[in-house]
Design a protein around this ligand. Structure first.
Ligand SMILES: NC(=O)c1ccc[n+]([C@@H]2O[C@H](COP(=O)([O-])OP(=O)(O)OC[C@H]3O[C@@H](n4cnc5c(N)ncnc54)[C@H](OP(=O)(O)O)[C@@H]3O)[C@@H](O)[C@H]2O)c1
Length: 331
């Protein structure tokens, strides 16, 4: 039966996006067919849809969307049965293989995780790759013994998808959270998520003032990269940790070894895409257990149909979103 999907085409290097009608036989190979309920718009999706970043590694025409939540409607995988509710993120979904901006998706069973108890498919996509990455970052900090008693933790790009979830999760765990943001008008939003104070984006965005600056933080979740990450490293305290998960401000990193060899600072890399399954399952279970219901609602900036994804992508890259954009693929 025909279904709707957002299809990207590329001509003379220019990417265009339009909602089209597809047939199941158009879908790529895979052993599980998912009736998608919700997807979400991530930074990576916005780059793919607008063509502003080289995200798509499969051939065009291509269906993007790095996240999906839905119900299994056919399965040749021993892992899944018809009727199972599942989440798909990472493993190249929406990058190498067709993704979640589609009413139907065919994927490999081993890429999926069960929808954890206590989470609705919509809430799973309020979180999506962004919430999952924030949880992986918080888990990585915890693994390096970051505890509320050791001092303040800073989250950069705090009003973004990853940032909003990181503020929420860390505040719920009792950390005093400083939210670094370019949106001074977002004070009420960030404080409602649990931020104790706001830092203007430029404070870190100008880069390190000296290779080793006064220690200010015990830990950090950085979604911005570039000069911001270098500044964070220079101001993180003894044996503190910085979870680096993003590049919203730049992909380069110019630093010195001083924070590492004189303060024992840990730079922790976070890659949600290839996260191993046991950690993946733990992260989703902890999202369900730790993120309050009202926080999902608060972090939902908008719920949009497939047709609005292109315009919302441009707005996201212009930094206009506050929290997360959920895509209702059935609308
Ligand atoms: N490692 C992984 O597995 C993984 C997974 C998901 C996402 N990511 C990365 O994490 C980053 C955030 O993703 P997201 O989905 O949360 O994106 P998002 O919702 O667009 O949030 C990005 C936030 O970064 C800040 N920002 C935007 N442009 C900036 C600039 N030029 N300089 C400094 N700050 C800027 C803004 O927050 P404020 O206005 O509050 O400052 C913005 O809301 C992206 O780079 C994404 O690729 C990585």
């Amino acid at each position: 039966m025909a279904f709707k999907a957002l299809v990207l085409e590329q001509e003379a290097g220019k990417v265009t996006a339009a909602v089209r009608s597809l047939e199941p036989e158009n879908l790529p190979e895979g052993d599980v067919l998912v009736s998608v309920m919700y997807s979400s718009l991530n930074y990576k999706d916005a780059l793919a849809v607008t063509g502003r970043g080289k995200i798509i590694r499969g051939a065009y025409p291509f269906v993007p969307g790095i996240d999906l939540a839905g119900e299994v409607v056919a399965s040749e995988s021993e892992l899944w049965r018809v009727g199972d509710l599942v989440i798909g993120t990472g493993w190249g979904l929406g990058e190498n293989t067709w993704g979640g901006f589609s009413r139907m998706a065919r994927v490999r069973g081993e890429w999926l995780v069960p929808l954890p108890e206590g989470l609705t498919p919509k809430e799973a996509m309020v979180a999506g790759t962004a919430g999952f990455t924030a949880m992986l970052s918080a888990m990585a900090l915890e693994h390096e013994d970051a505890t509320p008693g050791r001092g303040e933790v800073v989250v950069t790009g705090a009003t973004g998808g990853v940032g909003s979830f990181a503020v929420t999760i860390l505040a719920r765990r009792g950390f005093s959270v400083a939210a670094s943001t370019g949106k001074t008008h977002a004070r009420a939003y960030l404080e409602a998520l649990g931020a104790r104070r706001l830092l203007p984006r430029e404070d870190l965005g100008q880069g390190p003032r000296r290779p080793l600056d006064t220690a200010r933080w015990a830990a950090a979740v950085d979604t911005v990269g570039g000069a911001t990450l270098a500044a964070l490293l220079s101001r993180t305290g003894r044996h503190g940790s910085v979870a680096a998960c993003g590049l919203a401000g730049g992909h380069e990193l110019h630093t010195t070894v001083f924070p590492f060899i004189l303060r024992g600072v840990n730079l922790l890399g976070i890659d949600s895409n290839t996260c191993p399954m046991p950690r993946r399952l733990e992260a989703w279970a902890r999202i369900a257990a730790e993120v309050p219901k009202e926080a999902f609602a608060r972090m939902t900036h908008r719920v949009i149909p497939l047709a609005e994804v292109p315009a919302a992508s441009a707005a996201l890259l212009d930094g206009q979103a506050l929290g997360r954009i959920v895509v209702d693929v059935r609308a």
